[in-house]
Design a protein around this ligand. Structure first.
Ligand SMILES: Cc1ncc(COP(=O)(O)O)c(C=O)c1O
Length: 352
């Protein structure tokens, strides 16, 4: 089956299709930040708006220094991209040759499949365990001479669980392939494993400003990786793929982490509240979303019912390895979470 990365539905599309006022739509389908963008980013964009007539500074030194300070890695090990999707897409074209293999631990973020195929590589799928953790022995069994990459998302989209230190270490010691650890949601988890890049040359950790910093529409991502690979990426990336406003907004949000802390506190409270009250089977989560099983209903039925009431959630049936009853729900503001519960309670009472 060819891969189909299906992005979450937009408010514009839902407003058009269902005739709903776009202002009234509650968007809990794409794991964006319910608090919006960091105010520091808005300030920086206003301040630097005149700079859009000027190319960004080549090398992105100031931005890399700011990221280096934030995550505690050396700037030479950091690369930046127009979102982490763009960064990985660019890097894969360098790493993967025709028919090289990439192991993808499913269910997980579907975009990996798309970029491996775009680079003419072959995807090899390894199932996560019933509790969605990584089974290193199964991964090792799937490794061949052609394996170039192993994707691990942590916290994992859509299941919300994280890989632990021992498992990552075991995996890195078991292979020479490059392990891509996607930490897009790590700010919502208890710890990052980025420090492992100091000890393992075969680890790349990718991160983004799209989630906890609220900058999904601006497009800014980065990765920490070994210096050789970083140099190759820098030669390969489009010279100015990160724009001037993203550079300044990125530096600004890292200079004051109060918005990040506010976001994380809201998400921690919201996910506890939702897990306690959702009338669905839910799974533990370290991210800003909750993975749930809506059986005996289908994910389509539930997502469709909610969207008609103006609430967008993610029907996970297009995620390889998910069932037809899995959904993913972004943690919203308290009033949005309460509205979601109200509508879902009505669904459960009336649709059985
Ligand atoms: C696991 C994961 N990685 C990466 C991304 C995309 O990040 P970016 O916006 O930096 O391209 C997403 C977005 O949903 C994601 O869920």
């Amino acid at each position: 089956m060819p891969s189909t990365y299906v992005p979450g539905r937009s408010a514009e599309e839902v407003a058009r299709v269902y005739g709903i006022n776009p202002e009234a739509i509650i968007k809990l389908g794409s794991n964006e930040n319910a608090l919006g963008p960091s105010p520091k980013a808005i300030e920086a964009i206003k301040k630097h708006i005149q700079d859009i007539s000027i190319y960004p500074s080549p090398g992105y030194t100031d931005l890399k220094d700011a990221i280096a300070g934030y995550i505690g890695a050396a700037a030479e090990h950091i690369v930046v991209g127009n979102g982490s999707d763009d960064l990985l897409n660019t890097l894969l074209r360098y790493i993967i040759e025709r028919n090289d293999e990439a192991i993808i631990t499913i269910p997980t973020y579907s975009y990996y499949e798309t970029i491996v195929e775009a680079a003419r590589g072959k995807c090899v799928f390894v199932n996560r365990t019933p509790s969605f953790s990584i089974d290193v022995e199964q991964i090792v069994a799937a490794i061949t001479k052609k394996t170039k990459l192993i994707f691990v998302c942590s916290p994992n989209n859509p299941t919300g669980n994280s890989i632990d230190r021992e498992t990552l270490e075991h995996l890195l010691q078991s292979t020479n392939a490059l392990v891509v650890l996607d930490e897009a949601y790590v700010e919502f988890a208890s710890e990052s494993l980025v420090e492992f890049t100091n000890h393992f040359d075969n680890l790349l950790v990718s991160r983004t400003f799209s989630k906890a910093f609220g900058l999904a529409g601006l497009r800014l991502g980065y990765a920490v990786l070994n210096e050789d690979l970083a140099r190759s990426y820098n030669r390969l990336m489009l010279a100015f793929s990160v724009n001037q406003l993203a550079v300044n907004a990125g530096i600004a949000v890292l200079s004051d982490l109060s918005f990040l802390h506010e976001t994380v506190a809201m998400v921690e409270q919201g996910r506890t509240y939702l897990r306690e009250h959702l009338p669905l089977k839910t799974y533990p989560t370290d991210a800003n979303f909750i993975f749930a099983d809506v059986a005996p209903h289908t994910s389509y039925e539930v997502a469709e019912y909610l969207v008609r009431q103006g609430i967008i959630i993610r029907n996970c049936e297009t995620f390889r390895g998910c069932s037809h009853s899995h959904v993913r729900i972004t943690v919203g503001k308290p009033w949005q979470n309460a509205k979601l519960l109200e509508v879902l309670d009505t669904f459960v009472r009336t649709e059985r």
